[in-house]
Design a binder for this molecule. Structure first.
Ligand SMILES: *[C@@H]1O[C@H](CO)[C@@H](O)[C@H](O)[C@H]1NC(C)=O
Ligand SMILES: *[C@@H]1O[C@H](CO)[C@@H](O)[C@H](O)[C@H]1NC(C)=O
Ligand SMILES: *[C@@H]1O[C@H](CO)[C@@H](O)[C@H](O)[C@H]1NC(C)=O
Ligand SMILES: *[C@@H]1O[C@H](CO)[C@@H](O)[C@H](O)[C@H]1NC(C)=O
Ligand SMILES: *[C@@H]1O[C@H](CO)[C@@H](O)[C@H](O)[C@H]1NC(C)=O
Length: 427
């Protein structure tokens, strides 16, 4: 597929920082893993077939306007049937790894209970075909697609009941696939799930203050985030207690982290920038590293931010062998208070900007928020290393996007676009 090829060319070009003619695979250390990534809902298609139960996105997309062209997941690129073609493409391009997610409601129609054999067998086929072709699986257990039933029964991520249910699903996956899968991630970008699912209604289940499906942007993102962290930690505990020694794999979480640079180097903007980092990466990395939320969040969010009990804190602290960082861009940050709306997005009292003195921060990709800023990539990763006790880091996603127009094929020779790519280092 042309798309995949563009990803590699582009990643190399970005890393070369203008010296792309000198760069080849040999420029990278031995053992450097090149990979690509997807999410189940976006690539499998057959969203309501082969015994799969609906997830929150199936409901969300019934309302026109949620996606730019009212697209659904009925077909997508049909990886459910065409996984061999996709893996063959990865081999042709030269990838070493494929990061995919497991659809919870394809395994358990109702989130819990009896498993769906068709769904279980699909991932067996995919994993076996990958391994036969030397493509290493990196498996994500949750990529935004909560079983609809759990949303109806107890409001999904807003309820602590989701924690044991996710743990049971994770347990099943470790037991079923862990003899072949050695790289596990519990949750992809919990911040995006909490913010877009419950803060601005941009993702399923589409909740926010004033949203069609109800919600409260000032409280629910924090409640959802809390349960995402607890569910992550519970799944990690199961893996460590029951499987890790025997299966010999690692488990972690994937966090989105753009770099935040002060617009001006004044105390005000520096502090706003600190808040931006704490309210995004820190929201998850602090508990995972230190067992509690960052002080900055505690102070600004107050009683709207849940607390970990002593027991939960112990469970959460240290609950990752590896931190996956999904990094795309860099923003300038300016101190800005929004006195009219109380929400997760305004709590940090920061405004994000793409330019300083009229100069863009980098070359713009297709999305209006995506600028190419290599130096920000470096600073972001070093921040994770230096602030959080030097964890093992994997770059889970990076790259730029393209419009997806019909002219994609002819334009793919220019370094102007790609989908998400994964480059990982095992060192
Ligand atoms: C999406 O659906 C709505 C309602 O049916 C319609 O008004 C709108 O034009 C559709 N958008 C596109 C891009 O097809
Ligand atoms: C997708 O599938 C659902 C359920 O089968 C159906 O109601 C809907 O019309 C389909 N949408 C499209 C665009 O085919
Ligand atoms: C466990 O994994 C490590 C690293 O992949 C490998 O070196 C080691 O041989 C494995 N041990 C067993 C018992 O499989
Ligand atoms: C969390 O604990 C802090 C400090 O003990 C307290 O001030 C705050 O009200 C608590 N928040 C909740 C939601 O219980
Ligand atoms: C405050 O936040 C709301 C919601 O995000 C936004 O619509 C509004 O423009 C903001 N106002 C200011 C002054 O930033």
């Amino acid at each position: 597929m042309e798309l995949l090829r563009a990803v590699v060319l582009l990643s190399l070009a970005l890393l070369a920082n203008g010296r792309d003619t000198d760069l080849s695979r040999d420029s990278f250390p031995k053992g450097f893993v090149f990979g690509t990534a997807s999410s189940a809902y976006q690539v499998e298609g057959n969203s309501l077939k082969y015994g799969r139960g609906p997830c929150i996105w199936d409901t969300f997309l019934k309302f026109p306007g949620a996606t730019p062209d009212n697209a659904t997941a009925n077909v997508t690129v049909d990886e459910y049937h065409r996984y061999m073609d996709d893996v063959d493409s990865m081999v042709r391009v030269g990838f070493d790894a494929y990061r995919f997610s497991i659809s919870w409601s394809r395994i358990f129609r109702n989130g819990i209970g009896r498993f769906n054999k068709d769904g279980v067998d699909y991932y067996h086929r995919l994993i076996d075909y990958m391994l036969a072709n030397n493509i290493t699986p990196y498996v994500v257990l949750y990529h935004y697609d909560l079983p609809e039933v759990l949303n109806n029964q107890y409001n999904g991520w807003l309820s602590p009941k989701v924690v044991p249910d996710f743990m049971a699903f994770a347990d099943f996956c470790f037991k079923t696939y862990g003899n072949r899968v050695k790289n596990w991630f519990t949750i992809n970008e919990p911040r995006m799930m909490a913010w877009h699912g419950y803060g601005d209604g941009f993702f399923a289940p589409g909740r926010c203050t004033g949203c069609r499906f109800g919600g409260n942007s000032a409280t629910e993102p924090y409640i959802a985030g809390h349960h995402l962290i607890l569910a992550h930690a519970a799944a990690v505990q199961v893996y460590r207690d029951k499987y890790q020694r025997r299966q010999n794999g690692t488990i972690g979480i994937l966090l989105d982290f753009v770099w935040y640079e002060p617009l001006t180097y004044t105390v005000e903007d520096e502090y706003a920038t600190h808040r931006a980092r704490e309210f995004t990466l820190g929201w998850y990395m602090h508990p995972i590293t230190f067992g509690h939320y960052p002080e900055t969040m505690r102070k600004l969010v107050g009683s709207r931010l849940p607390n970990f009990t002593a027991e939960q804190s112990k469970l959460v602290q240290g609950s990752a062998d590896i931190i996956g960082v999904n990094h795309y861009t860099t923003y300038y940050v300016r101190h800005h208070e929004n006195l009219t709306h109380m929400s997760y997005a305004t709590d940090w009292q920061a405004e994000l900007l793409f330019e300083r003195n009229g100069v863009p921060i980098g070359r713009q990709a297709f999305s209006k928020w995506l600028y190419v800023v290599p130096w920000g990539f470096y600073k972001a990763v070093m921040h994770v290393k230096n602030k959080f006790r030097d964890p093992l880091i994997l770059i889970g996603e990076n790259g730029i996007d393209q419009s997806g127009s019909d002219t994609l094929r002819t334009r793919s020779t220019t370094p102007s676009g790609s989908t998400t790519s994964t480059s990982t280092s095992t060192s």
